[in-house]
Design a protein around this ligand. Structure first.
Ligand SMILES: C[S@@+](CC[C@H](N)C(=O)[O-])C[C@H]1O[C@@H](n2cnc3c(N)ncnc32)[C@H](O)[C@@H]1O
Length: 213
């Protein structure tokens, strides 16, 4: 089930700044060559990530789930002058392609790519983060929230992608996949946390914005 109708999506794209050429090519190459290309953030969500980053001007960003590098490049476009983005992915086969576009986008020195399981890599990151984008295995979101909480500065944000899980979150429980159930339990966890404020955006597949008070 599509959360947003095709017509509304086309309207949103029409009134959103066009996808930059490099990201358009990355988008195309992902659809031509890589498994599960629908995982890529895409035009509107990509511009949203850039705009959030430009509003915050973060010094440190963590992304969990690099895939082909699309969202990492979008987020890096708003980094502060001395800012740096860390991105993690378990799939080493994607490293060459994401790295090639990161270099072409001019972010080779400002984006560090980590290959491995996020749960193993996060504890090794000795940084205080302003912005975290969670976009990896759905069953892992709750654990990433806990692991990242102490590393997120007060007033910092976490954005979690796919929280509507293709609309499955509102189906009968028997019709929900395990990933949809994981998204529901993640949203419950965040909204029940009195250290946090949450906002669920019904953009694309749903993005939960979480602010650390
Ligand atoms: C939805 S895609 C990320 C899309 C990307 N953020 C974008 O918008 O273009 C999810 C990625 O998470 C990675 N992943 C899955 N489980 C992971 C784990 N335990 N640790 C790190 N990465 C993981 C997958 O290999 C996949 O590339």
């Amino acid at each position: 089930m599509e959360v947003i109708s095709g017509e509304i999506q086309a309207f949103a794209e029409k009134y959103t700044t066009p996808e930059p050429g490099l990201l358009y090519r990355l988008h195309r190459e992902t659809y031509l060559k890589v498994d599960q290309p629908h995982m890529l953030s895409g035009h509107v969500q990509g511009r949203f990530l850039t705009m959030v980053s430009q509003m915050m001007r973060p010094r440190r960003i963590l992304e969990i789930g690099t895939y082909t590098g699309y969202s990492a490049i979008c987020l890096a476009q708003g980094l502060a002058e001395d800012g740096h983005l860390h991105t993690i992915d378990v799939n080493e086969e994607l490293e060459e392609m994401s790295g090639r576009y990161i270099t072409e986008a001019g972010f080779r020195e400002r984006i560090t790519q980590h290959t491995g399981k996020a749960a193993d890599i996060i504890p090794q990151l000795d940084e205080v983060f302003d912005l975290v984008f969670i976009d990896a295995d759905k069953a892992g979101y709750g654990g990433y929230y806990d692991l990242m909480w102490e590393k997120l500065r007060p007033g910092g944000f976490m954005l979690a992608d796919n929280v509507l899980y293709h609309g499955e979150v509102v189906l009968e429980e028997t019709a929900q996949s395990n990933n949809a159930k994981a998204m529901i339990s993640f949203c419950r966890k965040a909204v029940a946390d009195d250290r946090a404020e949450t906002l669920l955006l019904t953009m694309r597949d749903g993005v939960l914005m979480i602010r650390k008070k």
